[in-house]
Write a protein that binds this ligand. Structure first.
Ligand code: FPP
Length: 250
């Protein structure tokens, strides 16, 4: 689904008025490991700090009028990390779900998972499903958690499902493919942020971000707070989105 119109100016929050606010912000939360290493801490300490930061960024997104926030929590490739980091991350996700779900609900946020759930611990799957069910009627912000997610894997799943359902070649359109992705029903991201200065897509929302604006703040994820988010939103507000067309005049 494409969102070609910029959202109108948001109500001033804490004195801040932006000319346009992205409806959907997606974030690659990069740099946890380097943040920890720079402090002589184990990598997992960086992931813990990154989790703490997530709460602040969710709050700030809701404050600035962002309606959808997608975060890249764990990719299909991240299983290849050292075993202790993977199991540490899984325990962290477990704790976060227990601790943060009530707060998310209190903030009026809806939780949606995108990615595959096969291969994920059954206890974790149950928590994700419970979280989605518990928050399903919330309207203030939709938080999409990309967990065990890969953009290519998502497209492969979509093709498999289309073939299984007997979709005819002439019926395959841009819109139809979008409806078969994990993100069906969610507007495409307007702004993608990758922290830590790395400039790669890393298999994140590769179909959906075709016309997104990208920013690459030079801070590690645990240090990406409200002010950094605001800088990214201001940068977005300065951009002219053209969707392959010519610049607007006058
Ligand atoms: C990338 O940093 C970060 C991750 C692979 C994990 C991100 C997860 C969190 C912040 C926890 C979020 C929690 C929930 C429940 C959604 P990196 O390890 O690649 O950092 P590096 O590039 O410095 O090594």
């Amino acid at each position: 689904m494409k969102s070609k119109e910029k959202t109108p100016a948001n109500p001033p929050a804490d004195g801040v008025l932006l000319a346009s606010v992205p409806q959907h912000v997606a974030i690659i939360m990069d740099g946890n490991g380097r943040w920890a290493q720079a402090r002589g801490l184990p990598r997992l300490a960086g992931h813990r700090a990154g989790t703490e930061n997530l709460r602040r960024v969710i709050e700030a997104c809701a404050e600035f009028g962002v309606r959808y926030l997608t975060i890249y929590a764990f990719s299909t490739e991240n299983w290849g990390r050292p075993e202790d980091e993977v199991s540490g991350l899984m325990n962290l996700f477990d704790d976060v779900f227990d601790r943060e779900l009530a707060e998310l609900h209190r903030q009026g946020a809806r939780l949606i998972h995108i990615g595959r759930l096969d291969g994920v611990r059954p206890k974790m799957v149950a928590k994700i499903r419970k979280g989605e069910e518990h928050t399903r009627d919330n309207k203030r912000l939709t938080l999409c958690v990309a967990f065990n997610y890969g953009g290519r894997d998502e497209i492969v799943c979509a093709i498999q499902k289309m073939l299984t359902e007997g979709v005819q070649p002439e019926d395959v359109t841009d819109e139809l493919v979008s409806q078969y992705l994990f993100t069906a029903g969610i507007p495409d991201p307007d702004l993608v942020i990758r922290t830590s200065g790395e400039m790669r897509t890393s298999n994140f929302l590769i179909w959906q971000s075709a016309y997104a604006e990208w920013v690459f703040p030079e801070v590690f994820w645990p240090d990406f707070g409200r002010e950094e988010l605001l800088k990214a939103l201001k940068e977005y507000a300065r951009r002219e989105r053209r969707f392959g067309l010519v610049p607007t005049t006058g």
